[in-house]
Design a protein around this ligand. Structure first.
Ligand SMILES: Cc1ncc(COP(=O)(O)O)c(C=O)c1O
Length: 394
């Protein structure tokens, strides 16, 4: 191992959302943070060095993106995901959530309906509602520890006002890496019904050995022409604070509409220098680091699942195929959602994301972020174990 993911780095005092802001969300600042989806690991040394080198130059004026920025991303998606992206399809954007908001403004009108597949990353709800569009819930099917899409329900809920579906692929929080067949079926329905797919693929690089991420737009030319894909190096290389993402729109007409809002409506033209440098460097030079990270994360995932199976059998862990998020089914405890929240916060002293925030289907669940040194993961699991067993924490 070239990189040390066991290193415990104190993030407190950096205004880290995850570590320094639990009080804002949970009313306490003594919790072990295992919630916000960033990692407690340093970014690849090559990324840190590139940022430092640029910082030493000392002038941070308006800076464009080079050809090699786009080429690094094209090479990455070709190599890692087998998707040949053309330079003209790519639009550099701020975060993925802002890109989704722009897509909503570009391709739908107030009052239009937008489908999300719950339980799902909750900012999707806000971005739809805050743009005065109507949220349509297409709940995933949960059967025997496995989630699948509910196509019948989707077809039933689509009407003439339904204009968009926001796909989470891989899926946060349930950890599914959607198969080609699943994406194909979804794509066919959306195409037939005239619904644009916004495919949020921010977690696409965090996929475990038994699975393979398939970009929605790579399924067919029709899917490519009916989709907007959101990707970023932010989750993969732990640079989310640099607020840089890539939006890929093969359809010329759709791309024009998106650019009009981004570049003219919002004047978001050049982006952040450090986000640009970190993203390009990570895609160009970060692959060996990612391979080691994936190995570490997969071991963390398996460690957590094994720990829960052996020590907290009343809680069921849904094995994620991708993402560094573990979706935990606490329904076996027979608690109300409020009782469960109290147990996790007050008895366990751990900050997890409450299942209910992910919408329908999240009741009785909690989301745990296992992108941390194994010692911290073990500490968090022990805290949960003691709380579930009704013991006082050490
Ligand atoms: C599915 C998904 N999309 C988007 C984001 C956030 O993206 P950004 O910070 O680029 O807006 C997250 C972060 O957790 C996420 O899980």
């Amino acid at each position: 191992m070239k990189y040390n993911f066991d290193e415990i780095i104190d993030r407190r005092g950096t205004e880290s959302y995850k570590w320094d802001h639990t009080k804002d969300f949970f009313g306490r600042d003594d919790l072990l943070p295992m919630w916000v989806a960033d990692m407690d690991f340093k970014s690849p040394p090559v990324v840190i060095e590139a940022i430092l080198r640029r910082a030493e130059h000392g002038i941070f004026g308006y800076t464009a993106k080079s050809e090699s920025f786009y080429q690094a991303f094209i090479d990455w998606t070709g190599k890692r995901h087998g998707w040949e992206v053309k330079k003209e399809w790519i639009i550099a954007s701020p975060g993925v959530v802002p890109a989704i908001a722009i897509a909503i403004q570009a391709f739908t009108n107030p009052g239009d309906k937008i489908v999300v597949q719950t339980p799902v990353y909750y900012p999707f709800f806000n971005v739809v509602k805050n743009n005065r569009r109507e949220l349509i819930i297409n709940e995933l099917i949960y059967n025997n520890g496995h989630y699948t899409m509910n196509y019948e329900d989707l077809i039933e809920k689509i009407d003439s006002k339904t204009k968009m579906l926001i796909l989470c692929s891989p899926h946060n929080p349930v950890g599914r890496v959607w198969s080609k067949a699943e994406l194909k079926r979804l794509g066919e329905i959306c195409l037939e019904k005239g619904i644009i797919v916004v495919s949020d693929e921010i977690h696409s690089d965090i996929v475990y050995s038994e699975s393979k991420h398939i970009p929605f737009a790579s399924i067919s030319e029709e899917s490519a022409n009916n989709s907007i894909t959101c990707m970023a190096a932010s989750k993969t290389f732990n640079i989310a604070g640099l607020e840089t993402s890539l939006t890929i729109i093969p359809n010329t007409e759709l791309r024009g509409k998106f650019k009009k809002i981004l570049l003219k409506g919002l004047s978001l033209t050049l982006g952040n220098i450090f986000g640009t440098i970190a993203t390009e460097t990570a895609y160009r030079l970060g692959e060996d680091w990612l391979e080691e990270l994936l190995d570490y994360l997969e071991k963390n995932r398996d460690f957590a699942i094994e720990y829960i199976r052996n020590n907290i059998p009343s809680v069921k862990a849904i094995k994620p195929e991708g993402t560094f998020l573990l979706w935990l089914d606490f329904r076996g405890l027979g608690l109300s959602d409020l009782e469960l929240q109290k147990l996790i916060l007050n008895e366990a002293g751990v900050a997890l994301n409450h299942g209910t925030v992910f919408g329908k289907g999240g009741e009785g669940f909690q989301r745990l972020n296992f992108a941390c040194p194994r010692a911290i993961l073990e500490k968090g699991l022990k805290k949960i174990e003691r709380a579930v067993k009704g013991l006082k924490d050490d």
